[in-house]
Write a protein that binds this ligand. Sequence first.
Ligand code: VAH
Length: 316
Amino acid sequence: MKKIMITGACGQIGSELVEKLRRDYGTDNVLATDIRKPAEMTGPFEILDVMDAEKMMQLAQDFEADTLMHMAALLSATAENNPVFAWNLNMGGLMNALETARKLNLQFFTPSSIGAFGPSTEKENTAQDTLQRPTTMYGVNKVAGELLCDYYYTKFGVDTRGVRFPGLISNVTLPGGGTTDYAVEIYYKAITEGHYTSYIAEGTYMDMMYMPDALDAIVDLMEADGDRLVHRNAFNITAMSFEPSQIAAAIKKYIPSFEMNYEVDPARQEIADSWPDSLDCSAAKEEWDFKANYDLDRMTKDMIEKLTLKLKNQAS
Ligand code: VAH
């Protein structure tokens, strides 16, 4: 990777991915694109609606990109509320990105998700290769996307790679429209209000990961020796699996007065119930040495330290 173009650069992953890649590869070697310009962006930026195939192609060509990271997509809860729009955007945008990668011979990354599994998949230690019958539009998009990316590799030789992200937790950009967003919101509320009402029920386990580990995984996979890859789209990866009362207990270690109660959102609970409780990541470990550095306690300590500072600065 030398010159990287990113779509969805203002999203929860995209916004931090741009910063990491600019630190690692040089600011001018990373072109950030999104449908609207962010309030702050130092470095190359272009407005791009991923449904505009011609502009996507033009931007990648003018930038002389050698890598395309396609991060623009609707997340699970939003997609479930707008299924036709979600299909058109998630699949139309992905097809435009894959066609750009094919025509310009770009290395390609796009994320899949634990949402690519459904209720008929084994919940514990979900295998890399197993049944994938998701019951959400987001999951249908992710399975179709995995198959499309593998097709572009086998049919056209595009170097496509992807990971199935668990819920991602970060202290920079709030997620929008996800089922796992509760695991981010809880930290903000713990600091600002000392209380959180969880829309996900107690006992609902989901795989999760701190954003620094997610960003490292993207770069490690993209820099991995392609000859080692048996799988490509997309690798199971996770760092931890927890349910709401466990993250609340982790927060209480640092904010003893913190309290949580539950008001379950049936729509997002139904999505969460259809996903695995824990993933088997052995393929990622064997094929490109995946590892995660943050567990629940280390992440919680870092989240509370960083968010306390950020929210204090915002208030001043
Ligand atoms: C969502 N954060 O909740 C995303 C992610 C595994 C969850 O795909 O939709």
